[in-house]
Write a protein that binds this ligand. Sequence first.
Ligand code: PLP
Length: 385
Amino acid sequence: MTTDEYIPFTKPTISKEAIQEVVDCLESGWLATGPRTQKFENLLAEYFGVPCVQSCISATAGLLMVLESIDLQPGDEVITTPMTFAATANTIVLAGGTPVMVDVEPETYNIDPKCVEKAITKRTKAIMPVHFAGLPVDLDAIYGLASKHGLRVIEDVAHAMGGSYKGKKLGSFGDTQVFSFHPNKNMTTGEGGAIVTRDEKMRKHINYLRFHGIDRESWNRFAKGGSQLYDIVLPGYKFNFMDIQAALGIHQLAALDGFNAKRKELAERYYSLLKDFSELSLPVQPSYDHLHAWHLFTPLINEEKAGVTRDEFIEEMKKHNIGIGLHYQAIHLHSYYRKTYGYKEGDFPHAEFISDRIFSLPLFPKMTHSDQDRVVGAMAKVFRK
Ligand SMILES: *Cc1c(COP(=O)(O)O)cnc(C)c1O
């Protein structure tokens, strides 16, 4: 047991300026979608270098609206990875599609383009890669397959805000990207998400879907004396972003590259502190011109060498007041996916190998070197080094 303060696996960094902006927003009387949301969307568009970004209440809502916009019919397939959060696969189902999972690359834990290619059928409509832990997917291969087979690409960038692929920022190119601003992610607005798409029809549809199916483009509610009239063009959701969230987001976005630089520095320090830990295999570093967003630092445990199971390790670290994350138990082995689609053990050997051994070490911008030394010291004790 220890009297040291608890180190969580992650925690957000909220500046005084952001807190003041939230207070200002509350005092302004405009709490829901309004001028701060508009400003935040403009700043995001500038960040990505794109004409338009759409905010929404969460990445889950964003993924759902994007998938609904491609009009999946019963039996239409979307290829994705089992190494992801529930939202990726769930939204495919909720949008009326069939999730087709394929195995990941053993080194990157990202979807394997060779497995994607084998899974493409006449019913395939889209590929949904996830930039796992912040490490960019092999997008040249994915977009190559998509153009060869006429498929949409919906990138789940929940882990990789601020990351880049071959020198190009994720979100600045390609088909459609969805970002998350949940407090665990690289920047936060409490709950929140954003969508970038180059598909004008999708953009318009999402504008309707995120606010009751109301045509707001002909309904200028910011103008004084703006018309109270509107038209409902489809049955939409209530997925719009709030100015309270935007008040945080404006400051989080300005700090993002600094946060990510700190994450990178800490990740590099983990590599040097853990290099002699034969109980672990450390995640790969990007091999070419990628900027890893270092959302997570995810070693695999070698239980035989460690003398403890992964789950015992997580429990032991808790006794040292250290929070270890688990991202993720492979999606295809959850009961809904087994029952509904017949997935079973052995379907995706790489994903299952990773899923059985993976854990996430504490990593967040405010983490100090002494926090990190404590984490590594506790691991040495648990492994009886
Ligand atoms: C967090 C996460 C989501 C969902 O994000 P929310 O904003 O919480 O809805 C989707 N996909 C992945 C890979 C995630 O990690």
